[in-house]
Design a protein around this ligand. Structure first.
Ligand code: F1X
Ligand code: MG
Ligand code: MG
Length: 296
């Protein structure tokens, strides 16, 4: 059978690597060279989006344009949902058309502070189903890939989630999000307290949803959950987790319900048992959906 999307996936891998080189040369410069750091002051101008802690840089915008232009040249009829294009007013609706879902830098706050976990995330969906996902963790120089039905890989090596079924023997990844509204922070902390006090071995967060999900797929943590993420944070990572043998769900009711890429809520875990336990422990609030027209 003809593998229709393989050319698109090969293009995504190349684009992610090139994009990663653009962000990571910047990030490494920030780590190592104070003089260059000052010289690049303008280029590193940090702007804000939905809140004073939702950061964006010119590199985010430049990298997104770089990826979109290169895809357009090769696949002129395909559509895009890109984080920075949506921030600039483009619509964020997932249709049945072939759609590239792009987070040019997942972990911009890390990038700005030279905290060394930054990823380029490219998901590709057709009929609202993710066909492939590419996450390039550029400072680690690790290329995570998955094709639907064909497994998940890191630099070509197959990935498999952890086989730990006991949440008390587990590490759970999560994040604090970018809202500093005290009520929202209380809800996040109350969920975190419940998870921590199960008790689990530990709670971690890389500062990027895409890398957190690759950590689940690699078996380094048993689960990742977060409320407040966006479709571009999770499109690629969600396929990498499921193709590594993991499960994905929303946070509704007792069993979470099926993952909805636009709902801004996710539990990604090595097993249904651990995922459902997390769903029972967390406060399932619902931020405005990504495809809600009036969310900005
Ligand atoms: O804006 P960015 O950097 O693309 O992404 C936002 C993000 O890094 O923030 C969350 C932390 O709350 C992560 O889970 C998510 O991936
Ligand atoms: Mg992101
Ligand atoms: Mg981003």
């Amino acid at each position: 059978m003809v593998d229709v999307w393989q050319t698109a996936m090969d293009h995504a891998v190349g684009a992610a690597r090139r994009a990663g080189q653009v962000c990571c040369s910047g990030a490494l410069i920030r780590c190592v060279d104070q003089v260059v750091r000052e010289a690049l002051q303008d280029d590193r101008k940090v702007m804000t989006k939905s809140s004073s802690v939702d950061l964006v840089t010119q590199t985010d915008q430049k990298v997104e344009q770089l990826i979109i232009q290169s895809v357009k040249e090769k696949f002129p009829t395909h559509r895009f949902i890109g984080e920075e294009s949506v921030a600039a007013g483009e619509s964020c609706v997932l249709t049945d058309a072939p759609t590239w879902i792009i987070d040019p830098i997942d972990g911009t706050t890390n990038f700005v502070h030279a905290f060394p976990f930054v990823a380029v995330s490219i998901g590709f969906s057709v009929n609202k189903q993710v066909e492939f996902g590419v996450v390039f963790s550029c400072l680690e120089d690790k290329m995570f890939t998955a094709r639907r039905g064909k497994g998940a890989f890191c630099d070509g090596e197959p990935l498999q989630v952890s086989d730990q079924e006991d949440i008390k023997q587990s590490i759970i990844a999560t994040e604090f999000g970018s809202s500093r509204d005290p009520e929202a922070v209380d809800r996040i902390f109350s969920s975190l307290r419940n998870v921590l006090c199960i008790p689990v071995h530990g709670v971690r967060g890389a500062g990027t949803a895409a890398i957190n999900m690759c950590l689940v797929a690699s078996g380094c943590v048993e689960a990742y959950y977060e409320i407040g993420i966006h479709v571009w944070d999770i499109a690629a990572g969600s396929l990498i987790v499921s193709e590594a043998g993991g499960v994905l769900m929303d946070v509704d009711g007792k069993d979470g319900g099926p993952l909805d890429l636009m709902s801004r809520r996710i539990v990604a875990a090595n097993s249904r048992t651990i995922a459902e336990r997390i769903v029972r422990e967390i406060d399932a609030f619902g931020p405005p959906r990504d495809d809600e027209p009036l969310r900005r």
